[in-house]
Design a protein around this ligand. Structure first.
Ligand code: PLP
Length: 402
């Protein structure tokens, strides 16, 4: 019998050396890394993963089931089912007041995740720069980098309600800038955009001939009677904007893996070329379900939004009362408390909270360096569990106050 080997397997080292430098250089997502710890921690209340606790509304699931019963199991057009593109076009026109031709300005993708990848690959030559705001969704920087672009960060600050200022964007523009990337309401802060600053950014895009990508994935989840204009609808912007949206958050359809991008025909065609060779099309079952979501999903979506709104109020109140200053998010389903009063780093706070109180939150640094001193708590969580988690966080903060 062969003796057990304890030294690193030379064949695995050889294989590792074959992986491209660019992929070796990318770290794993800070969220995923942290959640390996959570899995080993046993019975934990998770405010971690940014995913609705609701199952997809039944009428949407039923549409998916019925489509399978009817034997709808084929590929679709590369751009997606025309019926779905028509529904998307109608929905986007009603919601954002900008119209897209469903035959050549809409592409259905495997989530906003794929839309981001397609857009950056379609737009960027090596070394071209994308300006985006941090703290932000974990995928932006690596997706830009994998498309050979250069991520350029504008940091937003709690003291300024995590607002993005046009002047800060302007300060980052160089001859290599090609894209400005926006996400409002923002993951992980829940920040919303000031209309004056939005217009300022549109003016910059026009003046410097830049493309804007706007990730609208949380745009239904707004609180306090807030309006949410998309930059795509401002004068002169439709022709230079890629509007991305999806079904994961507001319709609670994360597992369906469906999203879309609306863009001028030339950009849609360029994204379609990549999609056609890498993905072919999004799954038909999810596409059929998405038509149902867009056509008849408004009422259940509103019920879920109201539940998130109630939870937001509870979470912000309790965290502030616990001595963890928390900005009142205008949208999405995240709170981003300031944990500096404990003297811990974000990672230490999240790790010790997990060990001592069995509550999982994500270190703010998973969303960029500007997230140091903060953690993200997702309140798309059952209300009873959420209340218990908040009590435990308060005990923890009290025990560790400096
Ligand atoms: N954009 C933002 C801002 C997100 O927070 C997420 C998921 O958390 C995504 C995109 C990915 O969405 P999808 O499930 O549509 O790929």
């Amino acid at each position: 019998m062969m003796p057990p080997t304890f030294s690193p397997d030379p064949s695995s080292l050889r294989v590792k050396s074959k992986i491209s430098d660019r992929i070796q250089a990318i770290p794993r997502s800070g969220i995923r890394e942290f959640f390996e710890l959570v899995l080993n921690a046993g019975d934990v209340i998770s405010l971690g993963v940014g995913e609705p606790d609701f199952a997809t509304p039944w009428h949407i699931r039923e549409a998916a089931i019925y489509s399978l019963e009817k034997g709808q199991t084929s590929y679709t057009s590369n751009l997606g089912l025309l019926d779905l593109r028509k529904s998307i076009s109608k929905y986007v026109a009603q919601k954002f007041h900008v119209t897209y031709d469903p035959t050549k300005e809409v592409i259905v993708t495997v989530g906003v995740s794929e839309a981001l990848d397609l857009a950056f690959r379609a737009l960027l030559n090596p070394g071209e720069e994308v300006i985006y705001h941090e703290p932000c969704y974990v995928s932006y920087s690596p997706t830009i980098y994998m498309a050979y672009g250069v991520p350029v960060v504008v940091e937003t600050r709690a003291e300024d309600n995590f607002a993005l200022r046009a002047a800060a964007v302007e300060a980052c523009i160089t001859p290599k800038t090609k894209v400005i990337m926006l996400n409002f309401p923002t993951n992980p802060t829940g920040a919303v955009m000031d209309p004056v600053e939005l217009q300022g950014i549109a003016d910059l895009a026009i003046k410097h001939d830049l493309i804007v990508i706007t990730d609208e994935i949380y745009s239904e989840l707004l609180y306090d009677e807030r309006d949410h204009p998309s930059i795509a609808a401002l004068p002169g912007m439709k022709e230079r904007t890629i509007l991305m949206h999806g079904f994961s958050k507001a319709f609670a359809m994360t597992g369906f893996r469906l999203g879309y991008a609306c863009a001028p025909p030339e950009l849609t065609e360029a994204m379609m070329k990549i999609h056609q060779y890498s993905m072919l099309c999004a799954p038909i079952t999810a596409q059929v379900a998405a038509v149902e979501a867009l056509e008849h999903g408004a009422a259940p979506m509103e019920e879920m939004r109201k539940a998130y709104w109630r939870r937001r109020n509870l979470v912000v109140h309790k965290l502030n009362a616990a001595g963890l200053p928390t900005f009142q998010p205008g949208g999405a389903f995240y709170a981003f408390p300031d944990i500096r009063s404990t003297g811990m780093t974000s990672r230490e706070f999240a790790t010790r909270l997990l060990e001592e109180e069995k509550v999982a939150v994500v270190p703010g640094t998973a969303f960029g360096k500007a997230g140091e001193g903060f953690v993200r708590a997702c309140y798309a969580t059952d209300e009873t569990q959420l209340a218990i988690a908040l009590d435990r966080i308060a005990d923890f903060a009290q025990r560790h106050r400096r």
